[in-house]
Design a protein around this ligand. Structure first.
Ligand code: GLY
Ligand code: MN
Ligand code: MN
Length: 457
């Protein structure tokens, strides 16, 4: 259901300009489906509908089941015609004429879908049902992608990599709400509070703004579990709480921020020492996000900063460059330094490394570096996250292969003194510019003392 406010706020010229830019580089016929709702437990009880990001980028309205067809100057938006009882269950539904007036597009019912040319390209939506529909409309197999599909993907990637003014405005909205959510989470934290209560305070702040989350929130004292979506724990004295929560705006753009704070409001000595290592790495790495810099080099600089900090604390031993070259640091910092940010929290990850990796670059097979999601040269208008971390993951610390790689370069006795740290991550959203990088989420404190002042306040 499209609400009336979304229709009133719709900026048709922004989406027309994006479609024109796509057609300037992709001359063929293109099908861009919005996708369909996913049933939660039966079809009439679906998960909240999230349209395909490619569709949202070009149309700006989350219309379930809609199909955008681009054929040169002849662009048509096919939509499900309202059912007779839609108004009873869902309230007033925009008519096809309403949608045509608001979007400036020719709008037709799906029943009138005109056959596509045999070499039409598609940007596939998520979900089996929507993919089967796309295959039916194209009258061909949809995997593997055709040369035309790949050309359309490349044209879309080129557009979405560099954010236009409309996208940057949305990223700023997402950042503002995300910052507010984290402040609310810090304020709600005290000894004995459940992770659910802290998550509710954070997500509630988004909901108050009419926004949702751009991914499953991570709010946990088990920060070493990288994608930990359980909120079943309770915040105890001495715990660090890791919160990775981001807003999604009405037009679908994402925020993605992590902060780690002490439940008691005071970092203990080992926590503070490791926090400072991660923070120094984060600040140094953000400063490197300048136009022309290869993102992989930004990642490797972060690895060096973490390794250097851990050598300083006595957790690692050896030469920093060798530790990084051998991947020893990855025992504690196993993931990439960040990723593209836009309409998707990992922007365009539906297109795989075609989006994240420049032509001719491939993922490393090394543990750690292999999890790097982005290896492009940064350009003004790109948005990325910068999110170094330190994790004590029991399975990784025990892993025979990691131990073989590390040889005697991890001091496990010293590590024991840091047992009050399970996971620390500090993540901000960064816009690459012609000059210094702009931290979109800079309003959220991250210095240790400033974080302490926010906890329970
Ligand atoms: N929130 C997911 C990530 O940081 O990549
Ligand atoms: Mn991230
Ligand atoms: Mn995150």
């Amino acid at each position: 259901m499209i609400d009336a406010d979304a229709l009133r706020a719709h900026d048709a010229s922004l989406f027309a300009a994006r479609r024109a830019r796509l057609l300037a580089t992709f001359a063929g016929e293109a099908l861009i489906p919005a996708g369909v709702p996913f049933p939660k437990n039966y079809p009439a009880n679906p998960f909240p509908f999230r349209a395909s990001s490619h569709f949202l980028y070009l149309v700006g309205l989350p219309l379930p089941g809609a199909q955008l067809v681009l054929r040169g100057d002849d662009t048509t938006l096919y939509v499900e015609a309202p059912a007779a009882d839609d108004e009873l269950w869902h309230g007033p539904t925009p008519s096809l004429d309403d949608l045509a007036r608001v979007t400036g597009l020719r709008v037709a019912p799906l029943d009138a879908f005109a056959p596509l040319s045999p070499d039409a390209a598609v940007l596939l939506p998520q979900g089996e049902r929507a993919r089967v529909t796309a295959a039916g409309l194209l009258r061909r197999e949809i995997t593997p992608p055709t040369d035309e599909d790949l050309a359309l993907q490349d044209a879309m990637i080129a557009l979405r990599l560099v954010h236009d003014a409309g996208a940057i405005a949305e990223l700023r909205r997402a950042a503002e709400a995300t910052v507010a959510a984290h402040r609310a989470g810090m304020a709600a934290t005290r000894v004995g509070v459940t992770e659910f209560a802290i998550a509710a305070a954070m997500e509630g702040e988004l909901m108050r703004r009419g926004m949702s989350t751009s991914y499953g929130s991570i709010v946990s004292v088990r920060g070493e579990i990288l994608h930990n979506h359980s909120h079943a724990g309770t915040a105890k004295e001495g715990d660090l709480l890791l919160a990775d929560v981001g807003a999604e705006t009405g037009l679908g753009f994402a925020g993605d921020v992590t902060r780690t704070w002490p439940v008691s409001g005071r970092f203990d000595g080992p926590q503070r020492a490791l926090y400072e290592v991660v923070l120094a790495a984060q600040k140094d790495t953000i400063a490197r996000c300048t136009a022309g810099t290869r993102y992989r080099d930004v990642h490797l600089a972060a690895c060096r900063a973490i390794a250097e900090g851990l050598v300083g604390l006595g957790i690692l031993r050896g030469d920093v460059d060798e530790l990084v070259a051998d991947g020893v640091h990855a025992t504690f910092f196993p993931h990439g330094i960040g990723h593209l940010l836009g309409l998707d929290v990992h922007d365009m990850e539906d297109l795989g490394d075609r989006a994240g990796y420049a032509a001719g670059r491939e993922r490393s097979t090394q543990f750690g570096l292999g999890y790097l999601r982005l290896d492009r040269d940064l350009q003004p208008g790109m948005a990325v996250t910068i999110e170094p971390g330190f994790y004590a993951v029991p399975a990784i610390l025990r892993d025979p292969e990691r131990r073989r790689v590390a040889k005697d370069r991890i001091d496990f006795a010293t590590l024991e003194a840091f047992a009050s740290v399970r996971g620390i991550r500090i993540e901000d959203d960064v816009l690459v510019t012609d000059g210094a990088p702009e931290v979109l989420t800079a309003a959220l404190p991250k210095d240790a003392a400033a974080i302490e002042a926010c906890v329970g306040a």
